[in-house]
Design a protein around this ligand. Structure first.
Ligand SMILES: Cc1cc2nc3c(=O)[nH]c(=O)nc-3n(C[C@H](O)[C@H](O)[C@H](O)COP(=O)(O)O)c2cc1C
Length: 203
């Protein structure tokens, strides 16, 4: 069987979600997937970015990450979206990208992908679940197969979020536990996508 194609598509202003996305990419690769780690394009004004030195620094530090295209979504058997929480919802840079998938939706080619999501907030109760559930709405509309991490691995009892890997930036950079959770989430997504791919090939 051909390996699973896993697209890890994220937005990150100051690097936290980028770090989670890299851990997820490692997890997906270790699980045997072909991986595309992609950032979505920036929407913020130069004035907004300049007001936060960490934002500009992250843009420079992540210059080598390719920008996501709709082709990456079309290619993927499994899609993991990563986004900071913005007022309890996904960042507009990611939702703009998602709206570009309308063309795939019209063609009927966005359905049946295995989908999952991860996020970072400023604070522990700043809306991680609401952001992840909002991305779940997208997956429902696509006819996606939503694969949350649940409490299906010991690391999930340490990190504590069954909806998707989540990080509170006020605690510093993502911890080892959070990175292991991102790694695990991606592995679980790839394993389930592989089982589906195998079943479909045999059907
Ligand atoms: C416009 C804006 C809105 C935000 N809204 C929230 C929020 O609702 N809850 C929260 O905890 N943090 C909020 N934050 C903080 C970000 O979620 C936090 O900085 C995040 O970890 C950044 O991830 P990044 O480093 O990948 O950009 C907000 C930040 C911005 C710029």
């Amino acid at each position: 069987m051909e390996p699973v194609n896993a697209a890890i598509i994220y937005y990150s202003a100051t690097g936290n979600v980028h770090t989670l996305a890299k851990a997820a990419a490692e997890g997906a690769e270790k699980a045997g997937a072909n991986v595309r780690l992609r950032k979505v394009g920036e929407l913020a004004s130069a004035e907004t970015i300049d007001a936060n030195p960490a934002w500009g620094k992250h843009i420079a530090d992540s210059a080598d990450v390719a920008e996501a295209s709709i082709d990456d979504l079309a290619w993927a058997d499994a899609v993991l979206f990563g986004t900071p929480t913005r007022f309890g919802t996904p960042a507009s840079a990611l939702t703009r990208f998602i709206e570009g998938a309308g063309v795939l939706w019209r063609q009927g080619s966005i359905a049946d992908k295995v989908c999952s999501a991860f996020t970072a907030t400023g604070t522990a109760h700043g809306g991680q679940e609401s952001t992840l559930l909002a991305l779940g709405h997208v997956f429902y509309h696509w006819g996606g197969i939503i694969v949350p991490p649940g409490y299906t691995d010991p690391v999930q009892f340490e990190t504590g979020n069954p909806y998707g890997t989540s990080h509170a930036a006020s605690s510093g950079p993502p911890s080892d536990v959070t990175l292991r959770a991102a790694h695990y989430q991606a592995r679980r997504v790839v394993d389930i996508a592989a089982a589906l791919k195998l079943g479909r090939a045999a059907a």
